[in-house]
Ligand binder design. Structure first.
Ligand SMILES: NC(=O)c1ccc[n+]([C@@H]2O[C@H](COP(=O)([O-])OP(=O)(O)OC[C@H]3O[C@@H](n4cnc5c(N)ncnc54)[C@H](OP(=O)(O)O)[C@@H]3O)[C@@H](O)[C@H]2O)c1
Length: 234
């Protein structure tokens, strides 16, 4: 059975990714920063797929938590096949430049950029033993310089830098045959996206799993794509 690790899997897109991966027969390692309060969706998945969905305490901003999570994982499985860096925060939504707080920028960069970096720091050894590997960093159109808008400064910067990190990963691991993508999931209905969003997280999750399984996109094509595998402007 293939193994997938998803960060921030307790709600939103992360929980839909966990559901999609479980339905496709993966052993799902669902990262949640509070493993004791992992969300109704994950609990329901654990009942629907007995023994197939495992909650892993994983706060992407805490290096010890990331290290411990991979130590535990290494004790349970021989190899990991897919890592999805999904966990992220969006703070200070309506703040003007004159009002923005560096502390909020810092928190977003710690979560949205340093988080995926830490996860891969500890995750790549196990991933190296997998098959048909994929590294999927959930990015955003907010990180596109071509589509830059005035606002969400910290969030946009964190996603733009995540795109750069993904380009570096493509360079390092693409040549080993890994599928490596920064994926804009679309504007989707979640706590972050809000109810007015046109997209469904479940549809986005299906597209992202297709990318991870090489059913969409080209592993040597553009690395910054949407959930349909269509290239995004950097
Ligand atoms: N929704 C959209 O329209 C949209 C558009 C573009 C990109 N995205 C991207 O899509 C991804 C998923 O977003 P979403 O809409 O599902 O957001 P969401 O509903 O706000 O969920 C965010 C998830 O990230 C987790 N998280 C936050 N900080 C964490 C940390 N330090 N350690 C571990 N987990 C943490 C949250 O856990 P807690 O429950 O513990 O807070 C939650 O599970 C993100 O990367 C986001 O930037 C979303």
């Amino acid at each position: 059975m293939r193994n997938i690790l998803i960060t921030g899997a307790n709600r939103g897109l992360g929980s839909e990714l966990a559901a999609e991966a479980a339905a496709r027969g993966y052993q799902v390692w669902a990262g949640a920063r509070d493993a004791n309060c992992s969300g109704e969706k994950l609990q329901a998945l654990q009942e629907q797929y007995p023994g197939q969905v495992h909650v892993l305490q994983l706060d992407v901003t805490d290096e010890n938590s990331v290290k411990n999570a991979f130590e535990k994982l290494g004790g349970r499985i021989e190899a990991l096949d897919v890592i999805v860096n999904n966990a992220a925060i969006l703070l200070g939504r309506d703040q003007k430049l004159e009002d923005f707080e560096l502390e909020l920028v810092d928190r977003q960069i710690r979560t949205n950029l340093y988080g995926p970096m830490l996860v891969l720091k500890y995750g790549v050894p196990l991933l190296g033993k997998g098959n048909g590997q994929a590294i999927i960093n959930i990015s955003s159109e907010a990180g596109s310089m071509a589509g830059a808008y005035a606002g969400d400064y910290g969030y946009a910067l964190s996603k733009s830098a995540l795109n750069m990190f993904t380009a570096q990963l493509r360079s390092a691991y693409g040549r080993k045959g890994y599928a490596v993508y920064a994926v804009h999931p679309g504007w989707i209905k979640t706590d972050m996206g809000g109810n007015a969003a046109p997209g469904e997280a479940s549809e986005s999750a299906a597209g992202i799993m297709d990318l991870a399984e090489r059913k969409r996109g080209e592993i040597e094509g553009e690395f910054f794509v949407n959930h349909l595998g269509e290239p995004m402007k950097l």
